[in-house]
Each structure stands twice: as structure tokens, then as C-alpha cells.
Design a protein around this ligand. Structure first.
Ligand SMILES: NC(=O)c1ccc[n+]([C@@H]2O[C@H](COP(=O)([O-])OP(=O)(O)OC[C@H]3O[C@@H](n4cnc5c(N)ncnc54)[C@H](O)[C@@H]3O)[C@@H](O)[C@H]2O)c1
Length: 355
């Protein structure tokens, strides 16, 4: 049994605890949070015996094989590096760090260590997405020329998620002083991974981030200065171009991811609000212009249903068992962090930036 410790027992930690508790080869044996009430509530719910208020104390527990880091972004670097130094396999929530420099330090800490490392780009869990990536990488749609990817949330225009004007859990996300990197840092990190994994490395980008002052300057202690929305143009090393966008003003959408990729032999697309219930399929169409008859209709899309595939949690446990790292790893997390840093740079200077 692989023995897991959870550091940071907030909302996303519940998902980690369920996944690792329900896996036949892992168990959750310890947890840590600086908030005692939250720690106890969480440990009681998931029947976790060993409880700590400090990660240093937790890491003295030699029974622990792996740490899952579910603390807020600002603590990802410090806690992950501490765990790595104590030779624990490490699963870290996204974004890997707050910037590329810190993400690189996390990768450097892994050098010379034989440790499994993973960053939770959770939309990789969609089996439809996994199969779409395989199809694009296999060359079935040919050379990729064009793509577009969007991540649409609506919590600034709907009450579906709660009331952002009153609830701290939303307000901090609008304030840089409270550690938010805005829409780009929160969901841009997902959509850049989602958009680029099937196609390849980005060569350059031009991004525009916007904070809408009309929603107000300040609520309680929160200065509302983090970006609410962004658009970007990208070019890949293989020559493909496209757009990657995200917003919290997408009225009518709960949590929508969309990706379309067009090649010279075909195209694929996927879209879902809920990766679990809707992410098990994608659409494919092929270029029929070169077919002899020339009559085949190439405007029809075929729905491809996909078998359930491994989640990041399952991949992490499998990787530990096989002593062979899997994707998305810390190096991928750092690569995406670099893209985000370049978006801020591009938006500030109003220019294309090389990656
Ligand atoms: N992969 C995804 O789709 C996804 C979804 C939501 C959140 N996240 C990420 O998960 C992380 C946590 O988000 P959340 O919504 O669960 O936050 P949260 O505020 O609900 O929980 C964070 C917990 O960490 C604790 N904490 C803070 N500093 C600590 C420290 N030094 N040591 C131990 N515990 C500490 C807090 O007391 C809190 O209980 C964030 O980085 C967020 O970006 C990822």
C-alpha cells in the first residue's frame, strides 16, 4: 500500500482524499493544515489518524511515501521542495508555482532524486481528451495548421457558484494582494496545458489581459485588480497558429472547456462543462477533398466515444508502483508557468513575446 499524506485540507483536498482512499493500492495516513478546526473536520470525515499543524512535523513521519500538496498557490513551492528533500513522491495542485523561476527551483530540487512528481492539470482526466491527443499526435489529422481553445466560467455574471461580491472564497481571486494571478493564473493555466499538449511547444504569443473597472475597485479588504479576462494569439514551433482565451464573464456557461484543432487531413474538437460526465467523447472529421469521387461530404463530424482512462491520481499511484514517471510532471508544470509569465510580459508591453 502506498501511504499518502495530504498537506492543506481545504476544498480540493476532499477530492484527493476520496481518490487516494478509494484506490486499491493507496491509503491516506496523515494530513496537515494550519487551521486546526478544518484539519480535524477533514480528518474525521476521511478517518485520518495522524494530524499535524506543520509540514515539518508531518515530514518526520517516516511511514509516508508520498505527499499531495493542496495548499494555496503561494505555498506550492516551499511545501513541495520540503517533501522532495525528505524523499517523498510529490503530487502538487496547479499552478505548479507562482512564476517560472519558482517552478524551475521545484524541478531542480528533483534532480538526482528518483521521485515520482505530478502536477494536477485535472482536465487531462477526460478520456475523450486523452484519445483526442493520441489521434493528433499519431498524425491522423495531418499537419496542424490552426487551433482555438476557450475556457469559459461565469461566476462574475451568475449566482451558480455563489455570490462573489460577498464571499471571501471568490473575492480573494479578484485581488493580486491576496495572491491571485487572475483568470490567467487560475484557469489560464489549465487551458494552455489543454491547448498545447496535443500540438506541441509554443514558439511565441501575444496576450491581452483585462481587468474590468466597472465591477468596482474594492470590496471589504479586497482591491479588485486581478485580470478578469484574457485573449491570446499563439504560434507553435511546428508552424500552427491559433487563439487561447479565458474569461469569468461567460454568461450561460458554468465551467466550459473547448478545443478545436484543424490539420491538413482532418480535424478534432472537444467541449464539456463537466469533464467526468461529458468528457468521455470527442468529435472527428476528415478532409475528403483528396478522395477520388470528390463527392463525400466532409462537413460531417463523427462522435468518438472513449473507454474510461486513468485519472492523474491513478497515474501517480501507477508511476510509484512502476518507478516510472508519467505526465503531467513538474517539468510540464514549469513549461506552462513560463507561458503564463510570457502572457503577463506581452500584455504589459503590447507585443509578441518569444517563449
Ligand atoms: N486542479 C483543479 O482543477 C483545481 C481546482 C480547485 C483548486 N485547485 C488548486 O488547489 C489549491 C487549493 O485550493 P482550494 O480551493 O482547496 O483552497 P482552500 O483555501 O479551500 O484550501 C487550502 C487549505 O490549505 C491550508 N493551508 C494554507 N497554508 C498552509 C500551510 N502552510 N500548511 C498547511 N496547510 C495550509 C488552508 O488552511 C486551507 O485549509 C490551489 O492551488 C488551487 O489553485 C485546483
Amino acid at each position: 500500500m502506498i501511504k499518502i499524506a495530504i498537506v492543506g485540507t481545504g476544498s480540493i483536498a476532499e477530492w484527493h482524499a476520496s481518490a487516494f482512499k478509494n484506490h486499491k493500492d493507496s491509503e491516506v495516513i496523515a494530513a496537515c493544515d494550519v487551521n486546526d478546526d478544518r484539519l480535524n473536520e477533514f480528518c474525521n470525515k476521511f478517518q485520518i489518524e495522524n494530524r499535524y499543524n506543520s509540514v515539518d512535523e508531518l515530514l518526520e513521519n517516516n511511514e509516508i511515501d508520498a505527499v499531495t500538496n493542496t495548499t494555496p498557490d503561494a505555498y506550492h513551492k516551499e511545501i513541495s521542495i520540503k517533501a522532495i528533500k525528505k524523499n517523498k513522491h510529490i503530487f502538487c495542485e496547479k499552478p505548479l508555482a507562482e512564476n517560472f523561476k519558482d517552478a524551475k527551483l521545484m524541478c531542480e530540487a528533483l534532480e538526482g532524486k528518483n521521485l515520482i512528481n505530478m502536477v494536477n492539470f485535472s482536465y487531462r482526466n477526460s478520456s475523450g481528451y486523452q484519445e483526442l491527443c493520441k489521434m493528433v499526435k499519431s498524425g491522423k489529422i495531418g499537419n496542424v495548421f490552426h487551433m482555438d481553445a476557450n475556457y469559459y466560467q461565469s461566476w462574475l455574471t451568475s449566482n451558480y457558484w455563489g455570490n462573489w461580491k460577498e464571499e471571501d472564497k471568490w473575492l480573494w481571486r479578484l485581488s493580486t494582494k491576496h495572491g491571485s494571478k487572475g483568470t490567467l493564473g487560475d484557469i489560464g493555466v489549465h487551458i494552455f496545458d489543454f491547448a498545447s499538449f496535443p500540438i506541441g511547444k509554443l514558439k511565441k504569443l501575444n496576450a491581452h489581459l483585462k481587468t474590468f473597472k466597472s465591477k468596482g475597485d474594492k470590496i471589504k479588504d479586497y482591491v479588485l485588480d486581478a485580470n478578469d479576462t484574457f485573449i491570446s494569439m499563439v504560434e507553435f514551433e511546428n508552424g500552427a497558429i491559433g487563439t487561447v482565451n479565458a474569461t469569468r464573464f461567460a454568461t450561460g456557461y458554468k465551467n466550459r472547456l473547448e478545443l478545436r484543432i484543424f490539420g491538413d487531413k482532418g480535424a478534432v474538437k472537444i467541449e464539456f462543462d463537466d469533464a467526468k460526465t461529458e468528457g468521455n467523447k470527442f468529435m472527428f472529421t476528415k478532409d475528403t477533398q483528396r478522395q477520388l469521387s470528390g463527392k463525400e461530404d466532409n462537413l460531417k463530424w463523427e462522435e468518438i466515444q472513449c473507454e474510461p482512462s486513468q485519472t492523474n491520481f491513478e497515474k501517480f499511484i501507477e508511476a510509484i508502483k512502476n518507478n516510472k514517471n508519467d505526465e503531467p510532471d513538474f517539468y510540464r508544470g514549469a513549461e506552462i508557468q513560463n507561458i503564463l509569465d510570457k502572457c503577463y510580459e506581452s500584455s504589459e508591453n503590447g507585443k509578441w513575446v518569444n517563449i
